[in-house]
Write a protein that binds this ligand. Structure first.
Ligand SMILES: *Cc1c(COP(=O)(O)O)cnc(C)c1O
Length: 408
């Protein structure tokens, strides 16, 4: 059976990318672009610190910690050291989307402020919290299509700055995410169909409106660059922890993948800083494996999981995407090491395993990464350390958590 047939039968697979030798040379961006994105985040740090009290201890920098998971390694039967990157606990919006999503809106706000001569690059960006700026931004609109977490990020930062913001939510999006956004004054528009339609409708409405910025999850370079900063920060974090990543102790990273924007940007960042000493793998639900389908067939965003008879509906709501990003998929063909798929029924088990072992709660989408370390060890007795990218969970309300963790 070829990959496409296996995917259509919802069989769990590992896809090893054979085009890797093309490598970073074919990626049209460099560390200079990552530095530029990071510099923008640093310019905004004083503003972010001022308006989000939870950022006061980090001086306005949105970053997460890395923790070692010895108990979880035991549970999973993993022999190599196991770590977790806690983007599930990123400040402001509690998911990996606090990287790209917030970055894109900050960049948009900066552009408007500079064009209107309200701001120069060397100013203290705290001025953005003043009524004058809010009034300026209130003339502009922001719109986005989302399965949930991107909407949360964009909604929270946009309304804080003063933009009028609409989030087009797919049917997968959880009720509590819609409620939370509405509480914050965000306009939530619901679609009975899937994420692709939510994005398409949002894009269509935004096209008719010259004052509207549409955050295009399927094509956005700003999102990609915001995510890529993670690679640089990760490099610095391992250095500060005294953990040497090299040929004899490589880093194996596992990231849950939906449309591909977040894991793609992070992969570019990681490969830019760690080079061949890091291997990056994506993990997708067997019910919505859009990235591996696009890579294995080389059709990228020109094929949907629906074309092979899959619904695209999964308990991993953040990964319920039928078609991969047109921007990211072709890049991943050159730099991604491989992809795994995992069956839905395992995700709740992994989520509970982590909670039992380490007391860390993440959402089922994020728990997908727990599937990989063991598989990789079986496949090629790989050396080095494993890093699970926990992509979301800390914003999940207590009541919802209890439901998830029932029968523990
Ligand atoms: C969005 C999301 C992802 C994947 O990001 P994409 O850019 O959609 O590939 C993974 N996990 C969670 C929890 C998410 O919200």
């Amino acid at each position: 059976m070829n990959y496409k047939e296996k995917l259509s039968k919802e069989i769990e697979i590992f896809y090893q990318n054979e085009n890797l030798n093309n490598g970073m040379d074919l990626i049209p961006f460099t560390t200079k672009d990552i530095d530029e994105a990071e510099a923008r985040l640093i310019r905004f740090a004083p503003y972010l610190k001022k308006v989000f009290p939870e950022l006061s201890s980090s001086e306005g920098i949105i970053e997460s910690s890395i923790v070692e998971c010895k108990n979880l390694a035991n549970t999973l039967g993993t022999k190599q050291p196991l770590y977790m990157k806690l983007d599930s606990h990123l400040p402001i919006s509690g998911s990996v989307k606090a990287r790209g999503g917030i970055y894109e809106i900050l960049k948009f706000a900066e552009k408007i402020a500079i064009e209107n001569k309200y701001l120069s690059l060397t100013d203290d960006y705290c001025v953005m919290a003043t009524p004058k700026f809010k009034e300026l931004f209130s003339k502009y609109r922001v719109s986005v299509g989302s399965t949930g977490n991107l909407g949360l990020s964009i909604g929270i930062i946009s309304s804080k700055l003063g933009f009028e913001v609409s989030v087009h939510m797919s049917s997968d999006a959880k009720q509590w995410k819609k409620d939370l956004l509405r509480e914050k004054g965000v306009k939530v528009i619901e679609y009975p169909n899937d994420y692709e339609e939510a994005v398409a409708q949002g894009r269509k409405l935004a096209e008719k409106d010259s004052m509207c910025h549409f955050v295009d999850d399927e094509n956005s370079l700003d999102l990609f660059m915001g995510y890529s900063v993670a690679g640089k920060r990760l490099f610095e974090q391992f250095k500060a922890m005294g953990i040497g990543i090299n040929k004899d102790n490589p880093l194996n990273v596992y990231i849950p993948c939906g449309v591909g924007g977040a894991p793609g940007g992070i992969t570019f960042g990681i490969k830019s800083y760690f080079g061949e000493n890091a291997k990056v793998y994506f993990i997708e639900p067997t019910k919505a494996p859009c990235m591996v389908l696009g890579l294995a067939t080389k059709l990228h965003n020109r094929i949907s999981v629906k074309d092979i008879g899959l619904s695209g509906l999964t308990v991993a709501d953040g990964l319920a995407v039928g078609r991969s990003s047109a921007l990211v998929s072709p890049m991943m063909e050159n730099i991604l090491d491989g992809c795994f798929t995992v069956r839905d029924e395992k995700l709740n088990v992994y989520m509970k395993d982590l909670y039992k072992a380490e007391g860390i709660f993440i959402e089922p989408s994020a728990a997908a990464s727990l599937h990989c370390p063991n598989q990789i060890e079986k496949l090629n007795a790989q050396k080095g350390i494993h890093l699970l990218w926990a992509t979301g969970g800390s914003m999940v309300p207590e009541k919802e958590k209890e439901l998830y963790l029932q029968e523990l």
